[in-house]
Write a protein that binds this ligand. Structure first.
Ligand code: PLP
Length: 408
């Protein structure tokens, strides 16, 4: 009989960290179910409905009987639409056999790391990072190497910081611009400077561009488009979740050099087969229908209003601050001044304690430690402006009490 007392889980999986954010979310949910008002700043998805024209395309796909297996890498018209999008919007030329459609960008990231990494390979990840990256690296047998970025540099990695962590074992670098959680957006020049170091050292780039469209006042550049060498060493990751508010449809994609795409296609064909057929037809329509631009412009306009409000309001609260995020829909609230302070006789050691105490004030935020930094909380503005206003009023009250002993 198999022995299940302890060691049946392989080392890679046994090391996975359960989500740190879970306990806060669970507590917030419980409070809500008890009728307590909680403003949830944890949202990781746009608070917009999937556009109606996309839903209609899914219904049509069903009516036409598109409910069977497709090519493992996705239907040809969808991969063609993605190739066209990459050409016109990102100045990138890919054949459709270089494009693999998967079950969300997360799956594309997993496929990329799984195919690239051998046991012990190092992957450089700028910190704060999206919390899934290190776990995917670990699952693929790799080792994460973090570069702590600074708010004063807009949370962006500099070429010197990058050079310092490169070793003979470095295999890949994960770039995420616009960034979750910091909102950092790299300029073309910054990407060129980083790209130069990466190419010189033969390092692959996994460029997660999922927030490409959620950008305010600057331009998105795909690092793969900046030179032939960068094109040859980059896997571009993107998807439908954020741009078209399609998080639940689970469609993401990657574009890669031919050899890598071929390997990923083979893995996917055995691991999951094609992503959901109906969702693929809906995604095709999302990409090619001109209504997509109207939907997107409206969403970006609303996010931008909330972003501006948040940044202004936060920086008026004495004791906390934030820098202006250039993209995505998150603000990093600097709570370093609250660390080590007491609330109701308990010392708040770090971001988890602070997030837990804030719950008493009816605010749920994600502790920065989940993203590799204990000095911040992540606040999402994928919630209504009304909720943002109320939530920040509550945060101000909490901060005043902790910092100034103000118990008004
Ligand atoms: N990459 C980043 C930086 C994200 O924040 C997310 C989702 O939160 C994803 C990828 C995953 O997106 P998808 O829903 O396509 O799997």
């Amino acid at each position: 009989m198999a022995n299940f007392n302890g060691n049946c889980i392989n080392d890679k999986v046994a090391g996975i960290t359960p989500s740190l954010t879970l306990s806060i979310t669970a507590k917030a949910k419980k409070m809500k179910s008890e009728g307590i008002s909680v403003i949830g700043f944890g949202a990781g998805e746009p608070d917009f409905n999937t556009p109606e024209y996309v839903n209609e395309a899914a219904k049509k796909a069903l009516d036409k009987g598109f409910t069977k297996y497709t090519e493992a890498s996705g239907i040809t018209p969808l991969r063609q639409a993605i190739a066209d999008k990459l050409k016109t919007e990102n100045n990138l030329n890919y054949d459709i056999d270089q494009i693999i459609v998967s079950n969300g960008a997360k799956h594309s990231l997993f496929n990329s790391l799984f195919v690239l990494l051998s046991e012990g390979d190092e992957v450089i990840i700028p910190s704060p990072y999206w919390l899934t990256y290190p776990e995917l690296v670990r699952l693929s047998g790799g080792v994460s190497v973090f570069i702590k970025t600074q708010a004063k540099n807009g949370f962006k990695v500099t070429p010197d910081e990058l050079k310092k962590v490169i070793t003979p074992k470095t295999k890949a670098f994960i770039l995420n611009s616009p960034n979750n959680p910091t909102g950092a957006v790299y300029t073309k020049e910054e990407l060129e400077a980083l790209g130069k170091v990466l190419v010189e050292n033969g390092i692959f780039i996994i460029s997660d561009e999922i927030y490409e469209k959620l950008i305010y006042g600057s331009e998105h550049f795909s690092i793969a488009s900046l030179s032939k060498e960068l094109y040859d060493s980059t896997i571009v990751i993107n998807g439908m979740s954020k741009s078209y508010s399609m998080t639940g449809w689970r469609i993401g994609y990657l574009a890669a050099p031919k050899e890598i795409a071929k390997a990923i296609n083979a893995v996917q064909s055995h691991a999951t087969s094609n992503p959901n057929t109906i969702a693929q037809y809906a995604s095709l329509e999302a990409l090619i229908n001109p209504q997509g631009k109207i939907f997107l412009n409206n969403m970006v306009k609303i996010f931008n209003e909330r972003r501006k409000y948040m940044v202004e309001r936060i920086n008026k609260i004495k004791g906390v601050s934030c820098i202006t995020p250039g993209g995505a829909f998150y603000v990093m609230l600097d709570i370093s001044i609250l660390k080590g302070k007491k609330y109701k006789d308990n010392v708040m050691k770090g971001s988890i304690d602070i997030a837990e105490k804030m719950l008493d004030f009816g605010v749920a935020a994600v502790p920065g430690i989940a993203f590799g930094t204990d000095d911040y909380l992540r606040l999402s503005y994928a919630i209504s402006l009304e909720d943002i206003k109320e939530g920040l009023n509550r945060i101000e009250k909490f901060v005043n009490i902790v910092v100034n002993g103000d118990s008004k």
